[in-house]
Design a binder for this molecule. Structure first.
Ligand SMILES: O=C(O)CCC(=O)C(=O)O
Length: 271
């Protein structure tokens, strides 16, 4: 049931599609109508906990975790927060993207089955996977409203699987989607502060549309179309890092951009 969820942000709650898992036509219809599917507790937590641990060990090696705290609590050491461009050019980010268990999760059988069913045929998963860390209070780096097709190119029918790598309540800055916005077509993206550096200007219709998010938990999956408008919420916690994973899948015969065949890490990003 979609309901009033977060009074501070005015957001409504994502509809859980887990009850439709045995009903492929029902799932397809919901995806066609809403531009997204959300599954509460789809994945067993164990594999994701190991990925979280890998990410945090890597983060710790690069000195960004506060000493003396529980590793899995992901407490930031503090100090100057890099812009998202600088972060994506950092050795920490490169190491993060090379992690074996994180990369292997892209071929999780549930993702293959789900996307294969929804797209009615063989699918391929992009190499350009993202293991993301967002920093507390770093509002200038919050991901602005955009459509993934702007960055991913290739087939518009490409789906992003966004997976919180740890519980992610609203204050940690989860993802929000605009219901039905994939029907708006491909919109212009203009320079904007925040991750990616470009975004869609917020018209009244976009601002007043039905934005949805939730208090994500480990094991949840948010899946959305390449044209679905989405954005991150601010990480307003005093000191906690937000960890999330992104995998992208499409029909295997559809066009794919070269960049999707490579790692997301580019050493020459500008700060
Ligand atoms: O997690 C974020 O801040 C951005 C994620 C995003 O935009 C995506 O998965 O397409």
């Amino acid at each position: 049931m979609t309901n009033a969820w977060n009074e501070t942000t005015g957001l409504k709650e994502l509809e859980d599609s887990a009850p439709l898992l045995g009903d492929l036509p029902g799932l397809r219809l919901r995806l066609q109508e809403s531009g997204y599917l959300f599954f509460r507790g789809l994945f067993e937590p164990e594999a994701l906990l190991r990925i979280r641990e890998d990410m945090l060990r890597t983060a710790n090696k690069h000195g960004i975790l506060k000493e003396g705290k529980e590793l899995m609590d992901a407490i930031y050491a503090g100090g100057e927060i890099p812009t998202s461009y600088k972060f994506e050019a950092s050795l920490l980010y490169r190491d993060m993207l090379e992690q074996e268990r994180f990369n292997a999760f892209g071929s999780h059988p549930l993702l293959a089955l789900l996307l294969g069913g929804l797209l009615n045929g063989p699918i391929r998963e992009h190499r350009r996977r993202i293991a993301r860390i967002t920093f507390p209070g770093s509002f200038g780096n919050t991901t602005p409203i955009h459509q993934d097709h702007y960055y991913i190119r290739g087939a518009m029918d490409t789906y992003t699987c966004w997976i919180p790598c740890g519980d992610c309540p609203a204050e940690l800055g989860g993802l929000a989607v605009l219901e039905g916005s994939h029907k708006l077509g491909f919109l212009p993206h203009v320079p904007m502060s925040g991750t990616g550096g470009r975004g869609i200007e917020e018209t009244e219709a976009i601002r007043d549309g039905k934005w949805l998010s939730t208090d994500y938990r480990l094991g949840d999956l948010l899946l959305f179309h390449g044209l679905t408008l989405h954005k991150a919420l601010h990480n307003i916690t005093p000191d906690k890092l937000r960890l999330s994973l992104e995998y992208r899948l499409q029909r295997s015969g559809d066009p794919i951009d070269d960049a999707s065949l490579r790692s997301h890490y580019t050493a020459d990003s500008i700060g």
